[in-house]
Design a protein around this ligand. Structure first.
Ligand code: FMN
Length: 172
């Protein structure tokens, strides 16, 4: 078991994967991690489309020019706008789904998996193409696709800590 700090520093974007399927139990664990994320007003507007069908994954690769990697699993993180009962709620779906996404990326490290976040929202063309491939209804918005798989690339843990980006008390 890694500590949270170890997993955070070890998380890297993996763009080469082994030809090895990911166990369903591990995918369930990732989704459990995702849904433990904080959420504004606790609305939890997230929904997850798990992609394992090779043809669908091919379609995703065609749609996302920066996502042409051989992962065996994709998880599309989406915001369901029908959950927004308060006008403020719609302002936070992206943050909520980002928090869920980051939990998936960190949990993947703990499970020995690699991952990479592929941006979809707010690029109109990506949103349109991914919505069509995943047959999303209009009220479900794709934030990203996360590729998951056993890594075939060994990237070292690292911190990008930069004291120049830190300000104490006021901006000075
Ligand atoms: C909103 C967002 C969108 C991203 N989109 C892509 C993408 O389309 N393709 C890709 O290969 N990486 C994508 N990444 C991953 C970044 O390129 C990566 O996090 C960054 O280069 C730092 O490397 P690291 O993840 O190994 O720390 C995205 C990351 C974020 C946060």
């Amino acid at each position: 078991m890694t500590t949270a700090m170890e997993a955070i520093l070890a998380r890297r974007s993996i763009r080469k994967y082994q030809e090895k399927p990911v166990e369903k139990e591990k995918i369930d664990q990732l989704l459990k991690a995702a849904m433990a994320a904080p959420s504004a007003m606790n609305i939890k507007p997230w929904e997850f489309i798990v992609l394992t069908d090779p043809d669908l994954l091919d379609d995703v690769r065609s749609a996302l020019m920066f996502g042409r990697f051989n992962a065996p699993v994709g998880i599309a993180v989406c915001g369901n706008t029908s959950f927004f009962k308060h006008p403020m709620a719609e302002k936070f779906w992206v943050q909520d789904c980002c928090a869920a996404t980051q939990n998936i990326l960190i949990a993947a490290v703990e499970l020995g998996l690699g991952s990479v976040w592929l941006g979809v929202h707010p690029i109109f063309n990506f949103t349109k193409r991914i919505s069509k491939i995943l047959e999303l209804p209009d009220h479900v918005k794709p934030l990203n696709v996360i590729y998951i798989g056993y890594p075939a690339d060994d990237k070292p843990p690292r911190t990008q800590y930069d004291p120049k980006r830190v300000h104490w008390d006021t901006y000075r």
